[in-house]
Write a protein that binds this ligand. Structure first.
Ligand code: 13P
Ligand code: SF4
Length: 338
């Protein structure tokens, strides 16, 4: 490796100083060019990571981008299941994650063994799993979904397999409840949750609504408040036109459409999302529904770790080829429907 290293803390050292960020970012870009790597980042990543990435997006956009990318090396700034999904979709590529411990409480809420047991209790049911799952769970799944396409995929299943189809939906119970409400049909829903989104409670919405009357609501369907907001709408307490249940990518498109206008928007999701929203529409006031809603796993990816990943070619996320072949089927079905 010929590039000189910026004298910044190594991955495990103390906090990154603001003044070190530009030099580190330049180093990351040079290393990426030298290695022929594409850097993908989720919308919840730290701002300095988002700024240095080739592509920033939601779970669906990241999967699609990984599948389309021409580079042989993907550095995934997100959590482990996302890097695994990229590896499943692109088995011939090398996928790196800057910190292998960047997990996901939602993906941890169902194991392949638990899913096999659930399937055994419901023979003939179709399995629909959120993309926030391990490759082992995906290998037991018929269709994957993300928050941006869950309703469309389930509607597709009812069209293709009949309206009485039995569906096992998991692992997120709030997303499951949202899909049931939108499709008007009942599924078997796993009782898993993301600790960050589940922590955004109806009380948060009540308080923030009182402080910002008239503001629009952007709500991620994983949130613990999503069911109650749907109930407020049904009861006429909140105007339906001001409430938008959206994936992080959908929130970004909402902000882009608002560019140049002002007003206030309450955002119920992980707080990393505020950065791309504010960049997209600087005149709009984006307010966190709960300021403590921060995902510690997403924030484990730092610039020094990203630099070190490129420099040391670590940490590779590789899925066993036989498992990957099975896990690819539900993801490709989802991508084809989206
Ligand atoms: P999306 O970006 O697909 O909306 O998912 C949010 C999330 O929680 C990812 O971990
Ligand atoms: Fe997982 Fe929740 Fe973090 Fe998303 S925000 S990565 S679902 S723990």
């Amino acid at each position: 490796m010929s590039l000189p290293m910026v004298q910044t803390p190594s991955a495990n050292a103390g906090p990154l100083m603001l003044e070190n960020i530009p030099a580190l970012q330049a180093e990351v870009r040079e290393l990426a060019a030298e290695r022929g790597a594409v850097i993908l980042a989720h919308n919840y990543q730290l701002p300095e990571i988002q700024d240095v990435a080739d592509y920033v997006g939601d779970s669906l956009g990241l999967s699609q981008h990984a599948a389309r990318s021409e580079q042989d090396l993907i550095v995934f700034c997100g959590v482990h299941f996302m890097a695994e999904t990229a590896s499943v979709l692109c088995p011939e590529k090398r996928v790196l994650i800057p910190d292998v411990d960047a997990g996901c409480s939602l993906a941890d809420s169902i194991t392949a063994e638990q899913l096999r047991g659930w399937k055994a209790r419901h023979p003939g049911a179709l399995v629909v799993m959120y993309v926030n799952t391990t490759a082992e769970v995906k290998a037991e799944t018929d269709y994957c979904v993300t928050s941006s396409n869950a309703v469309a995929v389930v509607e597709h299943i009812y069209r293709e397999h009949g309206p009485e189809t039995e569906i096992l939906f998991g692992p997120d119970m709030f997303l499951g409840a949202y899909v049931e409400k939108r499709t008007g049909r009942t599924m078997h829903v796993w009782d898993g949750e993301c600790h960050v989104h589940a922590g955004i409670r109806p009380d948060d919405i009540t308080a923030v609504r009182a402080a910002h009357p008239g503001a629009d609501f952007l709500i991620h369907p994983e949130c613990g408040c999503s069911t109650s907001v749907m109930e407020y709408v049904a009861a006429g307490d909140v105007a339906a036109e001001g409430v938008h249940m959206l994936s992080t990518g959908g929130m970004l498109r909402f902000a882009q459409a608002k560019k140049g206008s002002d007003g206030a928007v309450i955002v119920a999701t992980e707080t990393g999302m505020l950065y791309p929203l504010r960049e997209a529409a600087p005149d709009v006031e984006f307010i966190a529904a709960n300021e403590r809603a921060s995902c510690m796993y997403m924030k484990m990816i730092t610039l020094p770790k990203l630099r070190d990943a490129l420099l040391r070619d670590e940490f590779e996320v590789k899925v066993d080829p036989v498992l990957a072949e099975r896990a690819r089927v539900p993801i490709e079905r989802m991508v084809a429907i989206s």
